[in-house]
Design a protein around this ligand. Sequence first.
Ligand SMILES: Cc1cc2nc3c(=O)[nH]c(=O)nc-3n(C[C@H](O)[C@H](O)[C@H](O)COP(=O)(O)O)c2cc1C
Length: 204
Amino acid sequence: MGKNIDDLIQKRRSIRVYKDIEVDDDILESLVSAASFAPSNSNRQGYYFTFIKNKAMILDLANLVEAMVDSKKEVLQKRHPYFFEYAKNFVHFRGAPVLMISYYTKPPSFSMQIFKEYGCQSIVSGDVFSIGLAIQNMLLKATDLGLGSCVMSGPLIAEDDIKLYLKTPSRYGLGPMVCFGYANEDLKRPRRKNFKKRFEIIDE
Ligand SMILES: Cc1cc2nc3c(=O)[nH]c(=O)nc-3n(C[C@H](O)[C@H](O)[C@H](O)COP(=O)(O)O)c2cc1C
């Protein structure tokens, strides 16, 4: 039992090149079902997912992100020249069979409003944490079904344009995007830091 979950966790990789094979709708539905079992703040399940399979729309979105990156060229070229190489990772989804847009619902939770009112300005909305947990369930479920995936926050550089293009209702905030499809690459896992140096246990 334990071995299965370890295998699944270690097998998941961020896939950026996909085969041109359609992903069935019932598979996408099973990803959302897996997401629905994730913990969420006050059990709000305050998220919504749009799966885009329309190739023209996926291309339009990649073009919006690319245009936004290009518009920063003049300002950033000198100070952060590496940024443009890095930003290629914002648009690799143009070749993905499915692009998932994730939304978290607004207004923020009641407790979030109280936190803000009483001076806790830096706290991140529980809805944002929750969407991350829901997506992780999707990634593991996708891996189990033989499907590759990649979470992306890079495209959010064009958040406003994306919202406009998708006619996003104002009650939704944009979460990470995720592409799904059958992997057409077999990469080495990126190096992990030594986890033993990344935690402590306080006992007494
Ligand atoms: C919040 C978040 C945002 C990410 N944004 C991007 C992105 O914009 N583009 C991309 O190609 N990968 C993105 N990634 C994937 C990471 O690069 C990847 O998880 C990391 O390199 C580790 O590789 P692995 O997922 O294969 O283990 C993101 C991952 C997370 C968790």
